[in-house]
Design a protein around this ligand. Structure first.
Ligand SMILES: Cc1ncc(COP(=O)(O)O)c(C=O)c1O
Length: 393
């Protein structure tokens, strides 16, 4: 049975919440994570026995695979973290110094807004939000006017987890770099589904998560740190190297990776990355584009539904957000699950400013996020369910 046809036996078969975490995973991901724990368990870098060395190789191969996907020449610049949130905290708190000014877009997730809010409330940094349009596009003129003498960093959500809107990275990075401002990309919604050339774009820092489009287990993610950039570590401790001293190693990746890594998670992540490589990022992107545009175009015909973000044929992450007349989004989500077995996410999606930008604050939207394993038949089922629900509102 191919991964595309695998038996996804679960009480709910209509999964439209891939932007939260992807499901199903390729069969090889489940197997590798389990096998790592059962048969190949060793602590990488901590001693010289066979299993330790095998765990070392596994971690290195995973680092290499991420570096390959993100077009990074030195795998040591890829740091493994718990998730994108952990990586974003590591980037923000490891880079920013007292007096720094930070720019961020209105489409940022709370995993950026909250660490920035903490640093701001503690009097360490000042911040300016770059507004976004109703479709979620950053206002590039406002960006040009937002730089200040102390601006150190621009944070960009590569693709909105509310609307799927893709930020114009090239233009925004150029705008920042012209002024000597560093750029942090939140690629939580794009790593594994859109092409990212981290070195080609000159990205300084990029946070990714392993459990969404990279198809790996939860508890995996990471941070790419550009070659000439040194972050203050948030954590120090055991690395298995230079054990004689209480000074944490300076060399990467140990500088930012303290403590035992999530080996079984990373074993699963490696298989997710291999699946993506074998399938081809272009083929994954093509399928997701087709599925999204089909969903968007079908929903557009349902009376009472209002759609947000890029139109059906426009480039976007595989996300469609909508409201239905004045119905409560949580109630629509409840009916979808309880009557049709359809799982999705409703509300503010940890992105309150994005909802303010698209005028859906505080009620939020119903977010449908298909994935690579979503079929045309799944979309038809969902659309028919929504047609019936729309008649009730
Ligand atoms: C845009 C964006 N950034 C960051 C995150 C946080 O990801 P994680 O749950 O892996 O920390 C998410 C998760 O939904 C997201 O959509």
């Amino acid at each position: 049975m191919s991964d595309k046809q695998q038996d996804n036996s679960c009480s709910h078969n209509y999964y439209f919440d891939n932007a939260a975490t992807s499901w199903p995973k390729p069969e090889s991901v489940y197997r590798a994570a389990e096998l790592q724990m059962r048969q190949a368990c060793g602590n990488p870098g901590r001693s010289g026995h066979t299993r330790t060395l095998e765990a070392d190789r596994l971690i290195y191969r995973t680092r290499e695979a991420v570096a390959g996907l993100l077009k990074v020449s030195d795998p040591a610049r890829i740091i493994f973290t718990l998730n994108a949130t952990d990586a974003l905290n590591m980037a923000l708190k490891g880079l920013l110094e007292p007096g720094d000014h930070v720019l961020y877009t209105a489409m940022e997730h709370n995993s950026v807004l909250r660490p920035l809010g903490r640093l701001r409330r503690d009097g360490i940094i000042t911040t300016t939000m770059v507004p976004c349009s109703e479709s979620g596009d950053p206002d590039l003129d406002a960006l040009e006017n937002a730089y200040q003498a102390g601006t150190r960093l621009l944070v960009i959500n590569h693709a909105s987890n509310v609307t799927g809107t893709i930020a114009p990275l090239e233009k925004m990075i150029k705008s920042a770099h012209t002024r000597g401002v560093k750029v942090l990309i939140d690629a939580a919604q794009t790593a594994g589904s859109l092409e990212i050339n981290a070195e080609g774009l000159g990205i300084d820092l990029l946070a990714f998560t392993g459990h969404k489009s990279l198809l790996g287990p939860t508890g995996t993610g990471g941070l790419y740190v550009r070659r000439d950039l040194n972050l203050k570590p948030l954590r120090e401790g055991g690395t298995g190297s230079q054990s004689e001293t209480d000074i944490h190693p300076e060399s990467m990746p140990e500088r930012l990776e303290a403590g035992t890594l999530n080996n079984s998670g990373l074993a699963g992540l490696l298989e997710g990355l291999r699946f993506i490589e074998q399938t081809g990022l272009a083929a994954i992107g093509e399928h997701e584009k087709e599925i999204r545009s089909c969903l968007y175009n079908e929903l557009e015909t349902i009376p009472g539904i209002k759609l947000y973000g890029p139109k059906g044929e426009d480039p976007a992450a595989c996300i469609v957000s909508f409201t239905l007349n004045s119905a409560d989004s949580g109630e629509i989500g409840y009916i979808l699950e309880s009557s049709y077995g359809i799982l999705c996410r409703t509300g503010l999606h940890c992105a309150p400013l994005a909802h303010q930008a698209i005028s859906t604050f505080p009620g939020g939207t119903v977010r449908l996020s298909p994935g690579y394993f979503t079929t045309r038949a799944d979309i038809d089922y969902l659309v028919n369910a929504l047609k019936k629900i729309a008649k009730l509102t």
